[in-house]
Design a protein around this ligand. Structure first.
Ligand code: UDP
Length: 197
């Protein structure tokens, strides 16, 4: 679907299930360059007003969904309505539900040591059969970056969830999209903290 411009950022008017459908088609097509999914919250949209690099990234990302009632509201006011808010945590749940049935392998990167692994465990409990390709914390040093990237590549996941906080996670995915070796990556903010708790 065509993007709708809100304050200079093109946002896709998709429902949660529409987004899952599209992401699933990307996983099955196995693109060599990672497709980037952004759940756009109002803070990020605000920040993009004064950060052209972030705005360009958002407009270059493959899928941007509105993760905020304010954005959905603004869309309606601007005459370009979005069907619903698509929150990161709901997107993770729906993808896990679908992924457990389709055999998608998830890799979780981010949050404090142990949190991503605990979140993975909880997801597996909620969605039996879900496959976890790996989990890694998000407090690696610059000189550990190559190891982190190699770990992701070696695990060959279908879906990479990156919870480094926004917009850091968005820049991470964008910068490494040609070397991650994963068809789809999504920035998920503090979701691992929520799911692990
Ligand atoms: N985080 C990380 N590495 C860092 C800084 C933050 O993995 O160097 C994690 C942090 O532990 C938390 C998430 O990124 O799990 C940020 O969550 P927050 O709710 O602050 O971010 P937002 O949801 O607003 O993007």
């Amino acid at each position: 679907p065509e993007r709708r411009n809100v304050l200079g950022v093109g946002i896709h008017p998709l429902t949660l299930s529409g987004a899952v459908e599209l992401i699933g088609s990307w996983i099955n097509s196995g693109s060599p360059v990672t497709r980037q999914v952004v759940t756009l919250n109002p803070e990020m949209l605000y920040r993009a007003q004064s950060d052209p690099a972030l705005r360009d990234l958002l407009n270059g990302a493959d899928l941007v969904v509105p993760d905020g009632h304010g954005i959905v509201w603004a869309g309606r006011r601007l005459g370009c309505p979005f069907p619903e808010r698509v929150a990161g945590i709901d997107l993770i749940s729906s993808l896990a539900e679908r992924g457990a049935r389709q055999g998608w392998r998830f890799y979780l990167l981010g949050a404090k040591p142990g949190v991503a692994a605990a979140a993975a465990e909880n997801l597996c409990r909620s969605y039996p059969g879900l496959a976890i390709a790996g989990a890694e914390h998000g407090y690696f040093r610059k000189d550990e970056l190559a190891r982190v990237l190699a770990g992701i590549r070696a695990a060959r996941p279908d879906l990479l969830l990156v919870g480094l906080g926004s917009p850091r996670q968005e820049f991470f995915i964008w910068a490494h999209r040609r070397e991650l070796g994963v068809p789809v990556a999504i920035g998920v903010g503090g979701s691992f903290d929520v799911i692990s708790g």
